[in-house]
Design a protein around this ligand. Structure first.
Ligand code: IMP
Length: 428
C-alpha cells in the first residue's frame, strides 16, 4: 500500500503511536500532518521508552525519512529539545524534514491559551495549554509566522512586530499580563532555533511526491483523533486542526486519489481528556479500573483521562467520515479482568433510539447510552501472539466490533511492547 493514513477514531490516546511504529517498519516516509506538541506518543522499544511529541514515529527506523508537514504547528524550542533527547538516546534525527510552510508557536500563543481558558471559567475546554488554538487562529487570520520565516531575519522581525503590536495590548489590557519584547523573542527564535532547524527545513510537498512517484511507501500519521476534529468533533471541545483522514491531504499536500488505505485506531474502550460530552463515560469503580490498568494519564500533561465503554455509534461515524478501510484495535488486554464487558451500540435521545451520531451538540450531551453485554474472558492476553490463541470470548468481542463497524479489524494490541500484537483479519 504506497499511501496509508493512520487516524484515531475516538478522542485521542488510542495508542496510535504503537501501530504507527509497527507500520513504519515497511515505510520509506512517515509524515505528521496536523497538531503540535499537544500530542504525545509513548513507544516501548526493547525495554527503552521513547516519548515523542512532534517528531514522527518513523524516526526510530534508520531507513525512514520522517517529515513534519505544513499542517503542523511547531514550537521550535520544544522540537529542538525533543531532537536532542532522541539524539542522546542514540536515535539519528539527521533525516528529519520540516515543511517551511508549517506555522510557528510563540510564547504569546501559550500565554493566550492559558488566559483564554481561565476567562472561560467553568466552560473551559480543558486544552493542553500549549498554544495550539491561538497559533492556528493566527494561521487562519493570516498573521502567523511560518518555519520558513526563520530563514529570513528581516521579514521575521517585521512580521513579529506587526503581531506583537496587536497581542501585547490584548495581553496587557484585557488579561492583565506582561507584554512580550520583540527583540527577546526574535533573538531566541532567530539566533538559537533558526540555525538548529535550518538543515531540516525543506519542500516537503516536493519530496513527498518524488517518493510517491518512485513507488515508495508513505505513512501519514494523524495526532489527536476524529472526535477532536475542528469540523467533525464535539465542537467546541475539540482541537484546532483536522485530524480526520482528509486532513492528511491538506496538511501534507496530496490529493485524495493517492490514499490507498485508512487505518482507524480504536481503543478497546474509550478515554477522553479535557471537557466535553462522553455518553459512555464510567464514573464508577470500572472507570477507575480502566484508568489504573490502562495507565490512562496524559503522556505530556499527566492529566487523568476519563474512561468509558467502547461506543460503536462513534465508531460508525468515524468509519464514514474517514473512509476507514480497517481497524487497529489497541489495549484489548486492559479488559482482561472485566466480566461482563459492555459496548454502547446506540443512544437514547428524548425517548428515541439513535444508531447514528446526532448532529446537534445538545443531543450528544443528552444522549443516554444503550449497551449490549458480552462475556469477559478473564484471561491474561499479554502473551497471546496469534489469533488462534485468543479465548473465545475475546474473539467474539473483536468480531462484534467488526460487525458493528462494518470494516475488519486487522491488528490487535495486547500490551505496550512493540511485539505485543496479533494480526486478526487480513488487510482488505
Ligand atoms: P488543545 O489541542 O491543546 O487546544 O486542546 C483541545 C482539546 O483537545 C482538549 O480537550 C485536549 O485535552 C484535547 N487534546 C489535545 N491533544 C490531545 C491528545 O494528543 N490526546 C488527547 N486529547 C488531546
Amino acid at each position: 500500500m504506497p499511501a496509508t493514513v493512520v487516524v484515531g477514531t475516538q478522542w485521542g490516546d488510542e495508542g496510535k503511536g504503537k501501530f504507527t511504529d509497527l507500520l513504519a517498519r515497511d515505510m520509506d516516509v512517515v509524515v505528521r500532518y496536523q497538531g503540535g506538541h499537544n500530542a504525545g506518543h509513548t513507544l516501548v522499544v526493547e525495554g527503552q521508552t521513547f516519548k515523542l511529541q512532534l517528531v514522527p514515529s518513523g524516526v526510530l527506523y534508520s531507513h525512514v525519512t520522517p517529515m513534519i508537514g505544513n499542517g503542523v504547528v511547531i514550537d521550535p524550542r520544544v522540537l529542538i529539545e525533543e531532537m536532542d533527547r532522541l539524539t542522546e538516546a542514540g536515535v539519528d534525527c539527521g533525516r528529519l524534514k520540516i515543511s517551511g510552510n508549517a506555522h510557528l508557536i510563540f510564547p504569546y500563543h501559550q500565554t493566550l491559551d492559558v488566559v483564554a481558558e481561565r476567562h472561560l471559567g467553568r466552560n473551559k475546554l480543558g486544552t493542553t495549554k500549549r498554544g495550539i488554538g491561538p497559533a492556528y487562529a493566527d494561521k487562519a487570520a493570516r498573521v502567523g509566522l511560518r518555519v520558513q520565516d526563520l530563514l529570513d531575519p528581516k521579514i521575521f522581525r517585521e512580521k513579529l512586530g506587526v503581531v506583537l503590536h496587536e497581542k501585547n495590548p490584548l495581553l496587557a489590557k484585557v488579561y492583565n499580563r506582561l507584554p512580550f519584547d520583540l527583540d527577546t523573542v526574535a533573538d531566541e527564535y532567530l539566533e538559537e532555533c533558526g540555525p538548529r532547524l535550518a538543515p531540516h527545513i525543506a519542500d516537503t510537498v516536493g519530496l513527498l511526491h518524488d517518493s510517491l512517484e518512485a513507488g515508495q511507501n508513505v505513512l501519514f500519521e494523524g495526532a489527536q483523533a476524529m472526535f477532536l476534529d475542528l469540523d467533525h468533533g464535539t465542537y467546541p471541545f475539540v482541537t484546532s486542526s483536522n485530524p480526520v483522514a482528509g486532513g492528511a491531504c491538506v496538511g501534507a499536500g496530496i490529493g485524495p486519489r493517492h490514499i490507498d488505505r485508512v487505518i482507524g485506531v480504536t481503543k478497546a474502550y474509550i478515554s477522553r481528556v479535557g471537557s466535553g460530552p462522553f455518553p459512555s463515560e464510567l464514573t464508577d469503580e470500572i472507570g477507575d479500573h480502566l484508568v489504573d490498568v490502562g495507565r490512562e494519564y496524559g503522556t505530556n500533561t499527566k492529566r487523568r483521562r476519563r474512561c468509558g465503554w467502547l461506543d460503536t455509534v462513534m465508531l460508525r461515524q468515524a468509519v464514514r467520515v474517514n473512509s476507514l478501510s480497517d481497524l487497529a484495535i489497541t489495549k484489548l488486554d486492559v479488559l482482561d479482568a472485566l466480566d461482563p464487558i459492555r459496548v454502547c451500540v446506540a443512544y437514547e435521545v428524548d425517548g428515541e433510539r439513535r444508531t447514528s451520531m446526532p448532529y446537534h451538540q445538545s443531543e450528544i450531551h443528552r444522549a443516554v447510552p444503550i449497551y449490549e453485554e458480552l462475556p469477559g474472558w478473564r484471561t491474561d492476553l499479554s502473551k497471546v501472539g496469534d489469533r488462534s490463541e485468543l479465548p473465545q470470548a475475546a474473539e467474539d468481542y473483536l468480531c462484534f466490533i467488526e460487525e458493528q463497524a462494518g470494516v475488519p479489524a486487522t491488528l490487535v494490541g495486547v500490551g505496550p511492547g512493540r511485539d505485543q500484537f496479533i494480526t486478526f483479519s487480513p488487510v482488505p
